[in-house]
Write a protein that binds this ligand. Structure first.
Ligand code: MIC
Ligand code: SF4
Length: 646
């Protein structure tokens, strides 16, 4: 008799097809094969410096793409140096290179490379955008991407799959951003580590691919491993319109497939929402905020920069003008989007309406363009409103849909876009295709032997970690509270240009919390102490930037002790030889103050064993545990991933 096969959801299907280590339902960590990788310039230089040191002749995964979209401001030589370095690396090792000006990595990857059923690993936390097209797409630190390009597996916590059941159809004026804000209202930005969100139900068919991608993109803010949609007729139509019909495969959950839990969203009942300062999980309704004066409106970013989104904004602004006391900036996601808007007259509408048209890049989203004025209220369609991320610490940033942004631009006040809604933008039958800014496609995977890597003075070496000592004699270099993001740890914006130069960038670690952190750490090291970071809940939220681990490592940080630590940051800490401890009793957090001497007499033995270590602070002791897999244990004992490869 044939053995009955258990029905599977989409996540289980894709993971099973890529499983190389571990058994689902048994092991705490699973190793998966990675088909595609992506990097962006701000994390890419480190990723490729680390890839170089792995000594492999060319990339071994199916497709590797290196995008330039973050540091495109080019004030000073640093950004341009990075671009040249990245281009030469791409040519040499068989990586496709997307030149600055081509667009934002996630939008471009969705348009031109994403394939349902494949795995994608990207050195950017919003890589899950690819989930909109039915990929298991995960954000990670640069060194993990380097390993995947060299053919190595990637490890994820065995996931708990949460089902988000969509029913009904959204009313006009409501859009995908409101769906993900609803999910964020329910699940918040902490406590979701290790989960994967799978969208299913009859409402899925009402969402086009860009809308699905908006939802999976901002799943990053939940702190989940990734989010995924099925691949259906809508996906097929999108791929066909991109001239990639043959990349389509159908993917759906089997009848009877189960989820660890299910949350239902009735799309027809949704209303416009916004995330209030300073967290994407701080959800309020637009109705409640209606009438609030606004100083700035920024539209774009990898969350909301598709043709559908910007065309919708143009429909709201057609024949009208933005209010006098509001500045409006628009950054499209890609050249494809820009050329479509140029062709259908939308660009003209936006210019006439008084919008500032920005480069199709990350720009404002990362505080690298149009920082708002002191104390401004800024409505933005991007995904993060952490304090200071816009480049202006006193600004109050609200995250909204393109519809809310557009309606509010007209009056300079928060407006409900359901009041005078515009018709839905139909999914284009054919997208204009121009891949001319993707270089080295012909030599992809093979590379061009003999290519010389271009290294300007901004390209520094990656520092190496040291093996974990037997005992730790350290000082608490900083004590921070809950929800500390990687933007607090390693600020971007004006500091972003030092990404390829660790000694230089390290000067800004914890700049928003304690600008003296760098000096204190170095003084402690000079006095023979290592450094320890003490933190509250959900430490390391947000970006995948491994500099938030790499630069602290450079400053002698050996351990983080927190109430809880987010997934990508925890993995980055381990990759750079910093032990991620969590307090066994969260009350122990109160026993430590900044500047205290901390000893961990047997830190190495703890990591070799069950991870539980005794910490001594003054006359007091407490315990904290680093729950580690064998692989993670090995990395920490060696002093990090790079050290372990040597
Ligand atoms: C971000 O949105 O914070 C970034 C900048 O894209 C980061 C990557 C980085 O820090 O370079 C991310 O999301 O991972
Ligand atoms: Fe770029 Fe912003 Fe998206 Fe990060 S979140 S990839 S900075 S657009």
């Amino acid at each position: 008799m044939k053995k009955a096969v258990a029905p599977k959801n989409v996540v289980e299907k894709i993971l099973e097809a890529h499983l190389v280590e571990g058994t689902p339902g048994k092991d705490p960590e699973l190793g998966i094969r990675i088909d595609q990788t992506l990097t962006q310039d701000a994390t890419g230089t480190m990723a490729y410096l680390q890839f170089e040191s792995m000594d492999v002749p060319h990339v071994r995964n199916e497709l590797a793409v290196s995008y330039v979209d973050h540091n495109t401001v080019q004030i000073g030589f640093e950004n341009a140096d990075d671009h040249d370095f990245l281009a030469s690396v791409a040519k040499k090792y068989g990586i496709v290179y997307s030149k600055a000006g081509n667009g934002i990595c996630h939008q471009l990857h969705l348009e031109r490379f994403g394939k349902p059923g494949k795995t994608l690993l990207g050195s950017d936390s919003h890589t899950p955008t690819g989930g909109g097209i039915g990929m298991i797409a995960i954000g990670a630190g640069g060194i993990d991407i380097a390993v995947a390009m060299a053919g190595g597996a990637f490890h994820i916590p065995a996931p708990k799959v949460v089902g988000i059941r969509l029913v009904g159809r959204m009313r006009r004026g409501v859009s995908a951003k409101d769906v993900i804000l609803k999910v964020l209202e329910k699940y918040g930005t902490k406590g979701n580590v290790g989960k994967i969100f799978e969208y299913f139900g009859p409402g899925v068919a009402t969402l086009d691919v860009p809308s699905r991608a908006t939802i999976t993109n901002m799943g990053a803010e939940l702190g989940v491993t990734t989010s995924v949609f099925p691949s259906d007729k809508v996906t097929r139509q999108f791929l066909a319109a991109q001239g990639r019909a043959s990349d389509w495969v159908e993917l759906k959950a089997d009848r009877g497939a189960t989820y660890a839990e299910v949350f239902e969203v009735d799309l027809s009942k949704l209303e416009p929402l916004m995330a209030a300062p300073h967290s994407p999980g701080n959800i309020v309704s637009v109705k409640k905020m209606k009438g609030t004066p606004v100083n700035q409106i920024m539209i774009g970013s990898c969350t909301n920069s598709s043709y559908r989104d910007i065309r919708t904004v143009a429909l709201y602004l057609k024949g009208k003008h933005v209010a006098d006391d509001v500045e409006v900036g628009i950054a499209c996601g890609s050249r494809q989007v820009v050329s479509m808007l140029a062709a259908d007259g939308s660009l003209g509408i936006l210019v006439k309406a008084g919008c500032r048209i920005l480069e199709n890049a990350c720009g404002f989203c990362i505080g690298a363009h149009m920082s708002p004025r002191t104390g401004a209220i800024s409505l933005r369609t991007n995904n993060r409103n952490f304090e200071g991320r816009s480049g202006t610490k006193s600004a109050q940033v609200y995250l909204v849909s393109p519809e809310t942004a557009a309606a509010s631009a007209l009056t300079g006040r928060v407006e409900n876009p359901m009041k005078n809604p515009v018709p839905a933008v139909p999914a284009p039958k054919k997208f204009p295709i121009d891949d001319s800014m993707f270089l080295y496609r012909k030599t992809a995977r093979k590379g061009v032997k003999g290519t010389e890597i271009v290294r300007g003075p901004n390209i520094a070496q990656v520092p190496k970690g040291q093996p974990l000592p037997e005992a730790l004699k350290a000082k608490c270099a900083i004590k921070v509270g809950d929800k500390i993001t990687t933007d607090h740890i390693m600020p971007a914006g004006a500091r972003l240009k030092f990404r390829s130069n660790v000694p230089e960038y390290s000067k800004f670690v914890f700049e928003p919390c304690d600008p003296k952190f760098h000096d204190k750490c170095l003084a402690n090291v000079k006095d023979g102490f290592a450094n320890v970071i003490v933190a509250g809940e959900s430490y390391g939220q947000g970006s995948s930037r491994e500099h938030a681990a790499l630069c602290p490592m450079y400053l002698g940080v050996k351990a983080v002790v927190a109430k809880s630590i987010e997934r990508i940051h925890r993995a980055n800490l381990i990759n750079f030889g910093i032990v991620p401890f969590t307090f066994d009793d969260p009350k122990a957090y109160d026993l430590v103050s900044a500047g205290d001497e901390i000893t961990v007499p047997s830190i190495r033995a703890a990591v070799e064993g069950d991870g539980k270590a005794e910490f001594k602070v003054g006359g007091k002791t407490f315990t904290a545990t680093a729950s580690l897999s064998d692989r993670e244990r090995h990395l920490l004992l060696c002093g990090g991933l790079l050290a372990s490869l040597k």
